[in-house]
Design a protein around this ligand. Structure first.
Ligand SMILES: [Zn+2]
Length: 273
């Protein structure tokens, strides 16, 4: 599933090719993604002024509004020359003269909306919490937001109204690195532990973006999908394997319907570390 680093890498990859370019046409081959794709003809002839990201949404900002694109579970964007035929799961082309931005999404959980106001006022975006790499995502913020919260600290961290773009992989890894047990109630985690969690979340996401930036250099490809990178992971997907810190066996549990891996000796129950 594309997580925040993949979306940011995608944004950085397509920006130099479409920023400042005029959208000359579009083709919706499959209207039924997560929500129906209904784009007004009035966007034809408009220039893409900015290519931004908010959480896991890509924003193509034009004079009359923005295209808001989410890659869902299996979506990817690539730039192709106009002569390359679409394949089965290529649901949308945004045409910029001889170049096309093409959305491929086999599972169709992605979405594309046009919104005529500023992007932040769209219903998908208006309740989103701060960006994890921004200054607003801080020890003080998480500590304050979590007081009296009874849900687990992992579910708290994955709540997009608390912070955007921290999915299962990155929540699992950040909690491992910060040595906070995923099952601890959010309201019981100490200020200091939240400080560590903020630092580790930022560090891990930044490293993933950096890695993606090097693997997705050649964004205008003839075919195939951009290859998502795989970061070296310490906890996620390593259940039953030895902890790289203490050598103990990593455990897997299901927490809020998501698989969760942790080290019972490194990740303390109280969250006080
Ligand atoms: Zn350990």
């Amino acid at each position: 599933m594309p997580e925040l680093p993949e979306v940011e890498t995608t944004r950085a990859g397509i920006e130099p090719h479409i920023k400042g370019k005029t959208l000359t046409d579009f083709f919706v081959r499959q209207k039924w993604l997560r929500w129906p794709v209904e784009l007004p003809d009035t966007i034809k002839g408009q220039r893409v002024n900015e290519v931004e990201r908010r959480g896991k949404y890509l924003l193509l900002e034009m004079d009359s509004g923005s295209l808001i694109i989410h890659l869902g579970m299996s979506g990817s964007l690539r730039l192709v020359r106009g002569s390359i035929a679409a394949s089965q799961h290529d649901h949308l082309d945004l045409v910029f003269s001889d170049l096309r931005l093409r959305l491929n999404d086999p599972r169709r959980f992605g979405s594309v909306h046009f919104h005529s106001g500023v992007p932040e006022t769209h219903w998908l975006l208006k309740k989103l919490g701060p960006e994890p790499l921004g200054e607003d995502f801080s020890e003080e913020y998480l500590f304050r937001r979590s007081r009296r919260k009874r849900l687990s600290v992992k579910s708290f961290l994955m709540d997009s109204s608390v912070v955007v773009g921290v999915g299962n992989i990155y929540a699992t890894e950040a909690l491992f690195a910060a040595r906070v047990r995923p099952t601890v109630r959010a309201g019981n985690v100490s200020r200091k532990a939240y400080g560590n969690l903020v630092l580790e979340t930022k560090r891990i996401l930044e490293a993933a973006i950096e890695l993606g930036g090097t693997t997705l250099r050649d964004y205008v490809g003839a075919g195939g999908k951009p290859g998502y990178f795989i970061q070296s992971l310490n906890a996620y997907g390593r259940e039953g394997k030895p902890c790289r810190v203490c050598g103990g066996t990593l455990k897997k549990i299901i927490l809020s319907q998501r698989s969760t891996v942790f080290c019972a000796s490194c990740q303390v129950r109280s969250g006080w570390s």
